[in-house]
Structure formats: C-alpha cells, structure tokens
Design a protein around this ligand. Structure first.
Ligand SMILES: Cc1cc2ncn([C@H]3O[C@H](COP(=O)(O)O)[C@@H](O)[C@H]3O)c2cc1C
Ligand SMILES: O=C(O)c1cccnc1
Length: 352
C-alpha cells in the first residue's frame, strides 16, 4: 500500500516581505500605477513566491501526464481511446501542439505515461503507471485505493525529477481520451453541482452527445455516492477520476511543497487543481491560472477557485497548451517588472 500522508504536508507561505517590496516597486515604475493590470498582479505574486524583488520565468519545465479511461466504453468522446497512445508517439517525435510550443518557448517537455493502455514503453516517454487505463466508472470505481495512491506518487516523482533542474515555474499538461468526462465528474462531485453544469463538447461531441455525457456522469455520481457533501477528494478521484488526473493533483501539491509555482492549464488541469486544493488547501497560493478554456464547465471551476485567468483565446485542447501560450505573457510581466525604469531613474514627474 502506497502512503498518501505526504499530500497533507503544508506548503510554504508566500513571502509578504517580497510581495510588499514588489508592489512598492511596481508603483515606482514609469507608468500610471495599476496600468499594467494583471501583469502587475502576476509579477507581484511571483515575487512573493520566488522570494525575490525581480521574479523570473525563464527556466520552465512542462510535464504532461497521459492516461486512458474505461468510461470511453460509454461513448463519451468523439475520438477513440487509441488516440491517447498514438499521441504519446507524436509528443515524443515533436509533432504535437505542446511539442511545438515547448520548442518555441525553450521549455523542457517531459511526457509521463501515468496509465495509458500502452503495453510496452514508448520511446522518449517516462513510464510510471500502476495499471493500463482505469475501469469504466459507469459500473465500478475507476481505480483501487492503491492505484490512486500510486498515481499521486507518479505526480510527486515527476516534480522530484525537476527540482534539481532549478525550474522557476512548472506547467502540467494532460492527454487522455475521455478525460473531460472524468474531469467533469470530479468537479461536479467536489463542487456539489449537476453534471449538466460541467460537461462540454470535449474533443467535439454534438449536443446529443453532451447530453448523454451528462447522463453518464449523473448516474455515476449516484452509483458511487458522490452527491453527498464533503466526500474526500481522494475518494472522488478514485471513483470517477483518472490516473493522469490523480497524477496531476499529486504533482500540483508536490510542486507547491517544493516552492515551485504552477501555471495552471485548462479544464482538466484546473479540475485536478481543484482536487489538489481539497487534498491540501495550502497549495492554492502557488497556482497561477493561465487561460479560460472554451470547455463549458471551466468557468464554474475557475469561479470556485476564485481564479482570474490571464487569457481567453477560446482554446480547448489541453496538453498544457493554454498555459504554454500564457507563459509568454508571464515572461513579459517579469521583464516589465524587472527592467522598466523608475520615475527617479528616468527623471519623469510623478502623479500630482
Ligand atoms: C488528436 C487529439 C489530440 C489531443 N490533445 C489533447 N486532447 C484533449 O482531448 C482529450 C479529452 O477530450 P474527450 O474527453 O472528448 O476525449 C484529452 O486527451 C485532451 O488532452 C486531444 C484530443 C485529440 C483527439
Ligand atoms: O480545456 C481543456 O483542458 C480541454 C478541453 C477540451 C478537451 N481537452 C482539453
């Protein structure tokens, strides 16, 4: 039995001293105070987390967790499960969206098979899984307690591999046909909302398909007793989550415990972040929200997390792609914060 006690270890608090210093610096830069909007907020948050007056997001690691979902047997995705493993090869050979973004951003990309149906190792992919895909949660819990604990640890091990590389920021992505259904089920259970409020088109379901997806989730929440209030997040993940979603939740907690800020991607990673904040509320300080996905339920999860994402580009891909695109904005926020001249340095008159 894998121990999950580590998930509860408190994450460090952001430095108020550095937050105050960064805020003070923003107000001395040659611009009307507050005029850089969210860019100021992000630079100040990062300064507090990195315990510096000049935050930085140059050294970035992207970790993508992949897993397969038994619930695909219910016809809840527009694509077949085989795509998950096919995409593993595409990530490794550099042709996926996140592969291109990682190259252009000069960020390292590690792909972890956290539980796909692949029966042998895929070249260029780290294999760290307790089983091959989850069970169909329409009929039985998706995972056993041991598989869930293993998946949390998969996330922790991925973060441990990056700590020595000195990453300023982590981005987590995911790949798993069927995982918008699992993510919606997890979020519906944790938020006490109807499945209908959290489902969306995923890879491209039509409105009948979306209604069917909601019915599958709704029935599963009944079956597993997840409409009751205050079901522990680990139970929710075990019953209707996924191996890559539990790995994401474990990785988010582990990153915060290791003092590494996380740039949170779209619908699925945000559902995992919601679970992570239930597993360990102190990790919330370490999360920066990158974008609002056009997957319908994302808005509700973001609201529950009190999150204001940086971008809304109508993206709905996953893989960490929204966070990767927002990384450019974060980097520019850091550059402005660190490199703009102050009123005194530039001999510019301050406000009346
Ligand atoms: C070629 C392809 C590449 C992807 N990359 C991410 N996803 C995204 O779509 C999947 C979730 O949608 P659903 O729940 O509808 O299956 C996940 O793998 C997610 O990462 C992809 C989907 C496809 C088809
Ligand atoms: O926003 C996401 O993460 C997302 C949305 C649809 C499909 N896959 C991922």
């Amino acid at each position: 039995m894998t121990d999950t006690a580590w998930l509860g270890t408190a994450c460090p608090r952001p430095s108020e001293t550095h937050r105050n210093a960064a805020e003070a610096r923003q107000n001395t830069l040659t611009k009307p105070p507050g005029s850089l909007g969210a860019l100021e907020r992000i630079a100040i948050q990062l300064a507090a987390l990195q315990e510096t007056e000049r935050p930085c997001a140059d050294n970035v690691q992207i970790v993508l967790f992949a897993g397969d979902h038994g619930v695909t047997a219910q016809g809840i995705s527009a694509f077949p499960s085989a795509v998950t493993v096919e995409m593993l090869r595409n990530f490794a050979s550099g042709g996926a969206a996140i592969s291109v973004l990682a190259r252009k951003l000069d960020a390292r990309l590690e792909v972890v098979d956290a539980g796909t149906l692949a029966t042998s190792e895929v070249a260029g992919v780290v294999t760290d899984k307790p089983c091959h895909g989850t069970r169909d949660f329409a009929t039985t819990p998706a995972m056993t307690p041991d598989e869930t604990a293993f998946a949390f640890d998969t996330g922790r091990r991925a973060v441990a591999r990056t700590v020595d590389r000195g990453a300023h920021l982590l981005i987590f992505g995911e790949m798993g046909i069927g995982n918008t259904t699992s993510a919606a089920a997890v979020a519906a259970a944790l938020l006490g909302k109807a499945a209908n409020d959290l489902v969306g088109a995923g890879t491209g379901l039509d409105s009948d398909g979306i209604r069917h997806k909601a019915r599958v989730i709704d029935a599963a929440l009944d079956l597993h007793g997840l409409k009751a209030p205050d079901v522990p997040a680990a139970d929710v993940l075990m019953k209707v989550g996924g191996l890559e979603i539990a790995a994401l939740a474990g990785a988010i907690v582990a990153a915060a415990q290791s003092r590494i800020p996380v740039l949170v991607d779209g619908f699925i990673v945000t559902a995992a972040a919601l679970a992570a904040t239930r597993l360990n509320p102190s990790c919330a300080d370490w999360l920066i929200y990158s974008h609002r996905s056009s997957e319908q339920g994302h808005r509700l999860i973001l609201e529950a997390l009190d999150a204001e994402p940086l971008l809304d580009l109508k993206m709905r891909l996953g893989e960490g792609s929204g966070a990767a695109v927002a990384l450019s904005v974060v980097r520019l926020a850091c550059a402005l914060h660190g490199e703009m001249a102050t009123f005194a340095e530039a001999h510019v008159s301050e406000s009346l």
